[in-house]
Design a protein around this ligand. Sequence first.
Ligand code: ADP
Ligand code: MG
Length: 348
Amino acid sequence: MSEIRLGILGGGQLGSMLSVAAKKLNIKTLIYSDDQDAPAQNFCDEFMFGDYKDKNKINDFVKKVSIVTYEFENIPYETLNEINKFKTVNPKPSINRLIQHRLAEKDFVNKLNIRTTRYVSIEKKSDLETLGDFLPGILKTATMGYDGKGQYPIKSPNELNGLNIDFSKEYILEKLVKLKKEISVIITRFGNNRYEIYEAIENIHENQILKKSKIPADISSKLVDQSREWSKQISEELKYIGTLCVEFFIDRNDNLYVNEIAPRVHNSGHLTINAFNISQFENHIRAICSLEQIPLKKLHNAEMINLIGNQITPYRQNINLNDNEFFFDYQKKEIKDKRKMGHLTKIL
Ligand code: ADP
Ligand code: MG
């Protein structure tokens, strides 16, 4: 039996799937979340509820675990940094701080000579008035956004007056890319030049929320190679340990752009549970716990469909699944509009 006790900050579905993967490796999990109803408590060995800034509770958590990771990026940097003084946190807190901030993230990617969308920092409303050549664009909060939250599509300067935007926060304005496709590359880095890279996954979004992912992605081999190379370069530059996801845009002229980086396991990688010998979750745990690196093998083509809001209901009512279909219920207490409630993976 392994002595490792893995602490996970965040209690959503990614925390649940990390816990399931840990169990397979005989690793016990302790999840800490600021949501009393966090669904991951149904999957982990022990659960703690508390604010991410509650020093006493975080201290209790740290004492109980041997290594710490996180399942979503919006954990305060100060908390991660403090924990890291006592127990190793992977990915490193400084990586999280960089990627948490859309502007710092994009500056970092551009310094590597990797293309991103065109962007500009916005600190006050009048900054927007002279930026016609970034329109049509999307105004995004610089921090704390996910699933399209904190995003405002803007077509023309006169639309700005109708928007009720809280300028006490920082924003970034991004030029809209005329999208042909979106893909993601999931990579687990174990150490210097030691990686396992999953093949590019094609993603379809509806209302800025991921709806469907599939492999193989229907893209040219040139784009396959370039997205792989860029993902490697990003994770190497960050000296990243664990699983990371790079989201890409492909425009109508087949130009590739990095959209954003997720310093964690990723929704588009749920299909890796059924389509590969080792899932993104297991590889994350293998890398952060210094376990054996096993060569990745694809077992099947696959597609994954997110069940959002009440799309989960028929699947909960004992729907008959085919042999190639796998249904995951995140066991969230309440069905809410736009909330990811579960997913269905089909192996093909
Ligand atoms: P989140 O953190 O919410 O995932 P993203 O920046 O990835 O934010 O945006 C969510 C989705 O919105 C993208 O996957 C894409 O479909 C669309 N989107 C965001 N920015 C742009 C852009 N500059 N051009 C075209 N589509 C975009
Ligand atoms: Mg995204």
